[in-house]
Write a protein that binds this ligand. Sequence first.
Ligand code: CO8
Length: 259
Amino acid sequence: MDKNILMDHRDEIVILTINRPKELNALNQATMQELADAISLLAEDQKVRALIITGGGEKAFVAGADIREMADMDALEARRWSRFGQQVFSRIEGLPYPVIAAINGFALGGGCELALSCDIRIASSQARFGQPEINLGIIPGFAGTQRLTRLVGKGRAKMLIYGGDMINADEAMAIGLVDVVVAAESLLDSAYALAKKYAEKAPLALAQAKSAIDNGADMEAEKSYKFEAEAFGLCFATGDQKEGMKAFLEKRKPAFRGK
Ligand code: CO8
């Protein structure tokens, strides 16, 4: 069987490639299952400090869920498929370290939704974004109606979802859908440099920051401040906090150990 997900471990950073280039990396159920299995392995791996997700080949990050496979689904199958994809993407979002989408081409439908489940989106200037589901008579089903709205606001999410048009990388940057745009040839190096930078920080503190930002966003303000205070307090139960502050006072670089 072809392997549709490739994983390249480079020290403490993993580059995960969705690799069905002939189908523009469209997510069929077999690929989604492979992705789920890969994420389970990554969630268990104590050595990983950052994950980069990208697409195989020149043209696409991921051009969506596999239309050929969905064409004959009934409503129950479609709902099951939607829930499965949502759960896999939520597990990506919940990984306790930074996840960077390195968007090398088309990020459409489920591909845009995959990018939305990552912490940070770096796009090649050749990338194209969109939620074209409406053109197929459906709506985004891997949490795109929710994550896109939270990220870019209702009006812009509705324009993308109602219109089904593609936008380029600069337009995506202007609405906050991507965080950085770089030349195609430097995409992976830029993503790797960012991953490396984060990997050198205190991993437990970084995980608490991620949890506070992601969980707090859905809470009422005062509750989210309390949540932050809990996360802040937890940092003081780590050796890394002692080391970070001691190193500052001793005017040296901290040596974080993730403990
Ligand atoms: N699914 C299946 N196959 C695809 C997909 C896809 N999403 N995208 C591209 N392909 C295939 C093409 O069929 C083609 O295959 P073949 O060579 O066998 O004909 C091959 O990839 C190359 O594609 P094109 O020849 O079309 O390449 P172009 O450069 O001409 O066009 C586009 C590139 C513009 C990206 C075009 O391929 C396209 O419009 N693709 C579909 C994009 C799309 O509509 N995506 C959204 C899909 S729906 C979705 O993602 C819903 C997610 C939530 C699911 C919830 C569960 C119910």
